[in-house]
Design a protein around this ligand. Structure first.
Ligand code: P6P
Length: 339
Protein backbone atom coordinates (compact mmCIF):
# COMPACT_ATOMS: atom_id res chain seq x y z
CA UNK A 1 0.00 0.00 0.00
CA UNK A 2 1.27 3.48 -0.89
CA UNK A 3 2.31 5.54 2.18
CA UNK A 4 -0.33 8.11 3.20
CA UNK A 5 0.21 11.52 1.59
CA UNK A 6 0.18 14.77 3.53
CA UNK A 7 -3.09 15.70 1.81
CA UNK A 8 -4.81 12.49 2.94
CA UNK A 9 -3.37 12.87 6.46
CA UNK A 10 -4.72 16.42 6.75
CA UNK A 11 -8.16 15.49 5.35
CA UNK A 12 -8.40 12.61 7.82
CA UNK A 13 -7.34 14.92 10.67
CA UNK A 14 -10.03 17.36 9.51
CA UNK A 15 -12.69 14.62 9.73
CA UNK A 16 -11.80 13.76 13.34
CA UNK A 17 -14.38 14.51 16.00
CA UNK A 18 -12.02 16.90 17.74
CA UNK A 19 -10.97 18.18 14.30
CA UNK A 20 -7.42 19.31 15.00
CA UNK A 21 -7.37 20.52 11.41
CA UNK A 22 -10.15 22.81 10.15
CA UNK A 23 -10.12 23.32 6.36
CA UNK A 24 -8.37 26.71 6.55
CA UNK A 25 -5.58 25.17 8.63
CA UNK A 26 -5.34 22.29 6.17
CA UNK A 27 -4.91 24.81 3.33
CA UNK A 28 -2.27 26.67 5.37
CA UNK A 29 -0.21 23.54 6.05
CA UNK A 30 -0.44 22.36 2.44
CA UNK A 31 0.61 25.83 1.24
CA UNK A 32 3.62 25.90 3.57
CA UNK A 33 4.54 22.35 2.51
CA UNK A 34 4.34 23.34 -1.16
CA UNK A 35 6.55 26.37 -0.47
CA UNK A 36 9.10 24.11 1.25
CA UNK A 37 9.20 22.01 -1.93
CA UNK A 38 10.19 25.14 -3.86
CA UNK A 39 12.82 25.94 -1.22
CA UNK A 40 14.38 22.48 -1.41
CA UNK A 41 14.58 22.67 -5.19
CA UNK A 42 16.28 26.09 -4.91
CA UNK A 43 18.76 24.80 -2.31
CA UNK A 44 19.65 21.67 -4.27
CA UNK A 45 20.75 23.76 -7.26
CA UNK A 46 23.62 25.07 -5.11
CA UNK A 47 26.29 26.88 -7.09
CA UNK A 48 24.49 25.97 -10.32
CA UNK A 49 21.53 28.09 -9.30
CA UNK A 50 23.40 31.13 -8.02
CA UNK A 51 21.78 30.63 -4.60
CA UNK A 52 24.91 30.37 -2.45
CA UNK A 53 26.82 33.06 -0.66
CA UNK A 54 25.77 36.28 1.00
CA UNK A 55 23.91 39.37 -0.12
CA UNK A 56 26.16 41.81 1.70
CA UNK A 57 23.12 42.93 3.71
CA UNK A 58 22.15 42.27 7.34
CA UNK A 59 18.79 41.13 8.68
CA UNK A 60 17.00 42.54 11.70
CA UNK A 61 19.09 40.22 13.86
CA UNK A 62 22.27 41.94 12.65
CA UNK A 63 23.23 38.68 10.91
CA UNK A 64 24.68 38.64 7.39
CA UNK A 65 21.87 37.57 5.05
CA UNK A 66 22.48 34.60 2.80
CA UNK A 67 20.96 34.70 -0.68
CA UNK A 68 18.85 31.70 0.31
CA UNK A 69 17.54 33.44 3.44
CA UNK A 70 15.90 36.05 1.21
CA UNK A 71 14.89 33.62 -1.56
CA UNK A 72 13.17 31.29 0.94
CA UNK A 73 11.54 34.23 2.72
CA UNK A 74 10.07 35.48 -0.57
CA UNK A 75 8.88 31.97 -1.52
CA UNK A 76 6.99 31.64 1.78
CA UNK A 77 5.49 35.13 1.57
CA UNK A 78 4.37 34.71 -2.06
CA UNK A 79 2.91 31.25 -1.44
CA UNK A 80 0.86 32.33 1.58
CA UNK A 81 -0.38 35.82 0.65
CA UNK A 82 -3.32 34.97 -1.63
CA UNK A 83 -4.91 31.89 -0.01
CA UNK A 84 -7.25 33.68 2.39
CA UNK A 85 -6.13 31.59 5.37
CA UNK A 86 -3.82 34.15 7.00
CA UNK A 87 -4.24 37.47 8.77
CA UNK A 88 -0.49 38.19 8.70
CA UNK A 89 2.99 36.67 8.74
CA UNK A 90 6.24 37.23 10.64
CA UNK A 91 9.73 36.04 9.77
CA UNK A 92 13.24 36.03 11.19
CA UNK A 93 14.21 37.92 8.04
CA UNK A 94 11.73 40.79 8.43
CA UNK A 95 11.89 43.53 11.06
CA UNK A 96 8.14 43.75 11.47
CA UNK A 97 5.04 41.80 10.51
CA UNK A 98 3.88 41.30 6.92
CA UNK A 99 0.18 42.05 6.58
CA UNK A 100 -1.94 40.42 3.84
CA UNK A 101 -2.37 42.96 0.98
CA UNK A 102 -5.91 44.36 0.72
CA UNK A 103 -6.37 42.74 -2.74
CA UNK A 104 -6.49 39.35 -1.02
CA UNK A 105 -8.99 37.90 1.52
CA UNK A 106 -7.78 37.52 5.08
CA UNK A 107 -8.08 34.48 7.34
CA UNK A 108 -7.86 33.67 11.02
CA UNK A 109 -4.29 32.40 11.29
CA UNK A 110 -0.90 33.97 11.93
CA UNK A 111 2.14 32.28 10.37
CA UNK A 112 5.64 32.74 11.77
CA UNK A 113 8.75 31.24 10.23
CA UNK A 114 12.51 31.05 10.09
CA UNK A 115 12.85 30.54 6.34
CA UNK A 116 16.32 29.00 6.41
CA UNK A 117 17.50 27.89 9.84
CA UNK A 118 21.24 27.31 9.99
CA UNK A 119 21.77 29.06 6.67
CA UNK A 120 25.56 29.23 7.12
CA UNK A 121 25.50 25.45 6.52
CA UNK A 122 24.19 25.83 2.97
CA UNK A 123 27.49 26.98 1.46
CA UNK A 124 29.19 23.82 2.76
CA UNK A 125 26.36 21.43 1.80
CA UNK A 126 25.21 20.61 5.33
CA UNK A 127 21.58 20.23 6.46
CA UNK A 128 19.40 23.30 6.95
CA UNK A 129 15.69 23.71 7.47
CA UNK A 130 12.59 25.87 7.52
CA UNK A 131 10.79 26.24 10.87
CA UNK A 132 7.16 27.38 11.11
CA UNK A 133 4.63 28.11 13.82
CA UNK A 134 0.88 28.77 13.50
CA UNK A 135 -1.20 30.88 15.89
CA UNK A 136 -4.79 32.09 15.71
CA UNK A 137 -5.25 35.81 15.23
CA UNK A 138 -6.92 37.18 18.38
CA UNK A 139 -10.73 37.38 18.01
CA UNK A 140 -10.58 41.11 18.74
CA UNK A 141 -8.40 41.55 15.61
CA UNK A 142 -11.36 40.94 13.30
CA UNK A 143 -12.21 44.13 11.44
CA UNK A 144 -8.97 45.88 12.36
CA UNK A 145 -5.36 45.76 11.18
CA UNK A 146 -3.34 42.97 12.75
CA UNK A 147 -0.52 44.32 14.90
CA UNK A 148 2.79 42.94 16.15
CA UNK A 149 1.17 42.63 19.58
CA UNK A 150 -1.23 40.02 18.14
CA UNK A 151 1.76 37.74 17.54
CA UNK A 152 3.01 37.96 21.13
CA UNK A 153 1.20 34.84 22.32
CA UNK A 154 2.67 32.07 24.51
CA UNK A 155 3.78 28.94 22.64
CA UNK A 156 0.94 27.05 24.33
CA UNK A 157 -1.43 28.93 21.97
CA UNK A 158 0.10 27.35 18.85
CA UNK A 159 -2.36 25.32 16.76
CA UNK A 160 0.38 23.76 14.63
CA UNK A 161 4.14 23.80 14.18
CA UNK A 162 6.73 21.99 12.17
CA UNK A 163 9.85 22.11 10.09
CA UNK A 164 11.18 21.02 6.75
CA UNK A 165 14.70 19.63 6.87
CA UNK A 166 16.76 19.81 3.69
CA UNK A 167 19.31 17.03 4.12
CA UNK A 168 20.05 13.72 2.40
CA UNK A 169 16.25 13.45 2.26
CA UNK A 170 13.79 16.33 2.28
CA UNK A 171 11.41 15.80 5.20
CA UNK A 172 8.45 17.63 6.68
CA UNK A 173 7.82 17.08 10.41
CA UNK A 174 4.50 18.38 11.68
CA UNK A 175 2.22 18.52 14.70
CA UNK A 176 -1.37 19.76 14.87
CA UNK A 177 -1.48 19.09 18.60
CA UNK A 178 -2.32 15.40 18.20
CA UNK A 179 1.09 13.78 17.76
CA UNK A 180 4.14 14.38 15.56
CA UNK A 181 4.30 12.96 12.02
CA UNK A 182 7.11 12.80 9.46
CA UNK A 183 6.63 13.03 5.69
CA UNK A 184 9.30 12.39 3.06
CA UNK A 185 9.26 14.29 -0.23
CA UNK A 186 8.73 11.87 -3.11
CA UNK A 187 10.62 13.86 -5.73
CA UNK A 188 9.24 11.76 -8.60
CA UNK A 189 5.59 12.36 -7.66
CA UNK A 190 6.16 15.70 -5.91
CA UNK A 191 4.08 14.35 -3.00
CA UNK A 192 4.86 14.37 0.74
CA UNK A 193 4.42 10.76 1.90
CA UNK A 194 4.12 9.79 5.58
CA UNK A 195 7.19 7.81 6.61
CA UNK A 196 7.05 7.87 10.42
CA UNK A 197 4.75 8.78 13.29
CA UNK A 198 3.55 9.35 15.86
CA UNK A 199 7.16 10.11 16.86
CA UNK A 200 8.14 9.46 20.50
CA UNK A 201 11.46 10.64 21.93
CA UNK A 202 13.46 7.59 23.02
CA UNK A 203 14.79 7.75 26.57
CA UNK A 204 18.34 6.84 27.39
CA UNK A 205 20.10 7.90 24.18
CA UNK A 206 23.17 9.56 25.69
CA UNK A 207 23.82 12.27 23.09
CA UNK A 208 24.26 15.91 24.09
CA UNK A 209 23.89 18.66 21.47
CA UNK A 210 25.62 21.82 22.66
CA UNK A 211 28.20 24.32 21.36
CA UNK A 212 31.06 23.90 23.86
CA UNK A 213 32.63 27.16 22.65
CA UNK A 214 29.92 29.03 24.58
CA UNK A 215 30.85 27.46 27.97
CA UNK A 216 31.72 30.83 29.54
CA UNK A 217 28.06 31.86 29.13
CA UNK A 218 26.59 28.90 31.00
CA UNK A 219 25.22 28.84 34.53
CA UNK A 220 27.14 26.74 37.10
CA UNK A 221 24.40 24.09 36.97
CA UNK A 222 24.60 23.74 33.18
CA UNK A 223 28.41 23.59 33.37
CA UNK A 224 28.21 20.77 35.94
CA UNK A 225 25.55 18.92 33.91
CA UNK A 226 27.57 19.17 30.65
CA UNK A 227 31.05 18.63 32.17
CA UNK A 228 29.89 15.43 33.88
CA UNK A 229 28.69 14.07 30.53
CA UNK A 230 30.90 15.46 27.76
CA UNK A 231 33.46 17.59 29.63
CA UNK A 232 36.93 16.35 30.41
CA UNK A 233 36.05 15.33 33.94
CA UNK A 234 36.46 11.83 35.34
CA UNK A 235 33.30 10.72 37.13
CA UNK A 236 30.47 8.16 37.08
CA UNK A 237 29.16 9.37 33.69
CA UNK A 238 32.53 9.85 31.98
CA UNK A 239 32.64 8.05 28.66
CA UNK A 240 28.92 7.21 28.66
CA UNK A 241 27.83 10.18 26.51
CA UNK A 242 28.60 11.40 23.02
CA UNK A 243 28.31 14.95 21.64
CA UNK A 244 26.71 16.21 18.44
CA UNK A 245 26.45 19.82 17.17
CA UNK A 246 25.37 20.51 13.58
CA UNK A 247 25.02 24.31 13.61
CA UNK A 248 21.39 23.89 12.55
CA UNK A 249 18.71 23.60 15.22
CA UNK A 250 16.41 21.77 12.78
CA UNK A 251 19.00 19.02 12.19
CA UNK A 252 19.76 18.61 15.90
CA UNK A 253 16.09 18.54 16.88
CA UNK A 254 15.26 16.05 14.12
CA UNK A 255 17.95 13.72 15.45
CA UNK A 256 16.47 14.02 18.95
CA UNK A 257 12.94 13.31 17.71
CA UNK A 258 14.19 10.24 15.83
CA UNK A 259 16.63 8.73 18.35
CA UNK A 260 16.54 10.76 21.57
CA UNK A 261 19.13 12.89 23.34
CA UNK A 262 19.12 16.47 24.59
CA UNK A 263 19.74 19.89 22.98
CA UNK A 264 21.02 22.89 24.90
CA UNK A 265 21.53 26.49 23.83
CA UNK A 266 21.53 28.16 27.25
CA UNK A 267 21.01 31.89 27.69
CA UNK A 268 24.06 33.91 28.74
CA UNK A 269 24.23 33.52 32.53
CA UNK A 270 26.32 36.74 32.77
CA UNK A 271 23.82 38.94 30.90
CA UNK A 272 20.13 38.26 31.76
CA UNK A 273 17.98 38.16 28.62
CA UNK A 274 20.93 37.58 26.27
CA UNK A 275 20.39 34.38 24.32
CA UNK A 276 20.87 32.99 20.83
CA UNK A 277 17.65 31.33 19.73
CA UNK A 278 14.43 33.19 18.93
CA UNK A 279 11.34 32.40 20.98
CA UNK A 280 8.51 32.86 18.50
CA UNK A 281 9.81 31.08 15.39
CA UNK A 282 12.48 28.72 16.72
CA UNK A 283 12.01 27.78 20.40
CA UNK A 284 8.19 27.70 20.49
CA UNK A 285 7.58 25.60 17.34
CA UNK A 286 10.34 23.16 18.33
CA UNK A 287 9.04 22.96 21.90
CA UNK A 288 5.55 22.11 20.63
CA UNK A 289 6.99 19.22 18.59
CA UNK A 290 9.20 18.01 21.46
CA UNK A 291 6.34 18.02 23.98
CA UNK A 292 3.99 16.31 21.50
CA UNK A 293 6.66 13.60 21.16
CA UNK A 294 6.81 13.09 24.94
CA UNK A 295 9.80 15.33 25.62
CA UNK A 296 10.41 18.39 27.81
CA UNK A 297 11.30 21.93 26.67
CA UNK A 298 12.50 24.58 29.14
CA UNK A 299 14.44 27.84 29.03
CA UNK A 300 16.83 26.41 31.61
CA UNK A 301 14.32 26.77 34.43
CA UNK A 302 10.72 27.18 33.18
CA UNK A 303 8.60 25.69 30.38
CA UNK A 304 9.31 27.54 27.13
CA UNK A 305 5.71 27.40 25.92
CA UNK A 306 4.55 29.26 29.04
CA UNK A 307 6.78 32.27 28.27
CA UNK A 308 4.77 35.43 27.51
CA UNK A 309 6.59 37.07 24.59
CA UNK A 310 7.47 40.76 24.81
CA UNK A 311 8.91 41.20 21.32
CA UNK A 312 8.70 39.62 17.85
CA UNK A 313 12.41 38.73 17.77
CA UNK A 314 12.85 38.02 21.45
CA UNK A 315 15.48 35.39 22.28
CA UNK A 316 15.39 32.71 24.96
CA UNK A 317 17.56 29.95 26.45
CA UNK A 318 16.69 26.47 25.23
CA UNK A 319 17.09 23.03 26.86
CA UNK A 320 14.90 20.38 25.31
CA UNK A 321 14.60 16.68 24.49
CA UNK A 322 14.69 13.52 26.60
CA UNK A 323 12.63 14.28 29.71
CA UNK A 324 15.03 12.28 31.90
CA UNK A 325 17.99 14.40 30.78
CA UNK A 326 16.11 17.69 31.27
CA UNK A 327 15.03 16.47 34.73
CA UNK A 328 18.67 15.65 35.56
CA UNK A 329 19.64 19.24 34.66
CA UNK A 330 16.84 20.69 36.80
CA UNK A 331 17.93 18.44 39.68
CA UNK A 332 21.49 19.74 39.26
CA UNK A 333 20.20 23.31 39.42
CA UNK A 334 18.03 22.51 42.44
CA UNK A 335 20.91 20.92 44.32
CA UNK A 336 23.14 23.89 43.64
CA UNK A 337 20.46 26.36 44.67
CA UNK A 338 19.98 24.57 47.99
CA UNK A 339 23.69 24.08 48.61
P1 P6P B 1 26.23 28.65 16.95
C1 P6P B 1 21.61 28.79 13.38
O1 P6P B 1 22.17 30.07 13.15
C2 P6P B 1 21.04 28.79 14.78
O2 P6P B 1 20.07 29.78 14.91
C3 P6P B 1 20.47 27.42 15.11
O3 P6P B 1 19.92 26.78 14.01
C4 P6P B 1 21.69 26.67 15.62
O4 P6P B 1 21.35 25.65 16.55
C5 P6P B 1 22.50 27.77 16.30
O5 P6P B 1 22.09 29.01 15.72
C6 P6P B 1 23.98 27.62 16.08
O6 P6P B 1 24.61 28.61 16.86
O7 P6P B 1 26.50 29.63 18.05
O8 P6P B 1 26.68 27.25 17.26
O9 P6P B 1 26.69 29.10 15.58
Amino acid sequence: MQPITLTRFLIEQQRREDSACPSELRLLIETVARACKSVTFAISKGALGDVLGTLGSENVQGEVQKKLDVIANEILLDANEWGGHLAAMASEEMETIHRIPNRYPKGEYLLLFDPIDGSSNVDVDLSVGTIFSVLRAPENSAGREVTEEDFLQPGSEQVASGYAIYGPQTLLVLTLGAGVYEFTLDREMGAWRMTDGPLKIASGNKEVAINMARRAQWSPAIRRYVDARVGCEEGPLAGEYNMRWTGSMVADIHRILKRGGVFLYPSDHRKPGKARLRLLYEANPMSFLIEQAGGTAIDGEARIMDAKPTGLHQRIGVVLGDPEEVAALLEEAGQMASA
